[in-house]
Design a protein around this ligand. Sequence first.
Ligand code: CU
Length: 277
Amino acid sequence: MNEPQHLRRAALIWLVLTVVSLVAAWIIGPQLASWGSIPPVASNRAEDVDKLLGIFTLLSIPVFWLVVVFAGYAAFTFKSDGRPDRDGPGIRGHMPTQVTWVIVSVILVSFLFGYGLYAYNSLQSASAANTLVVHVNGEQWLWNYSFPQYGNASSTTLELPVNRPVRFDITSTDVQHSFWVPAMDVKQDAVPGVTTHISATPTQIGSYEVRCAELCGVYHSYMETPLLIVSESDFESYIATLQSGGSARIASPANALAWMVPDADSRASSIREGWVA
Ligand SMILES: [Cu+2]
């Protein structure tokens, strides 16, 4: 088989694998959340980020197979039997291939950069007049929430009204935590002495979770509390309960180890002092 035939055969393998993978990704991608392979999509932010990741994945499939097929084809087709007794022919480059590949790479990377920047920018600048502000304060090992627009009503479990933009103002009292709501694609560092921000609009009523995504001490793995996305009226009654002093200190079994004992607060602070010191 001569050189053009090898090239044509490798190109055909690349084309078939690329088309099959693109079709598979196109069909499977939208199902992943319902299969539980990726978090549920419960905010506009999650929709945008998933779309962005989908486009990046689709565009990377042809590049992936280009590398694997041509390297694999060359390795298996032109392999030497036993130890070679001389060097292969010197190859000095192939101008059309090089120019084509540089142009394709520049177009591809420029598009990904531009589109990524545009999407990131529109995510970060999301704000509206009726934005709900939530102050999030991380501590070892739970999240405290307060609502400055509702007389600083506070709670250790979070409920959010559906379809209303939310801005999280995030900080920490002790060590670095990371406020992570997988279903909303919200993840932002909680740093002592600094307030960080992230915005999203919940779009799906349901029960989700908030995790800490920064190793923050012995009970880091238990720093997980529920998030409920509820109707506007359910949110109003949640706020009313908080304002009437009905806030439970914690309602998550995930924090049981740190908080189950009656003197949980003093115990936790003694752990914290021992840990920090
Ligand atoms: Cu933490």
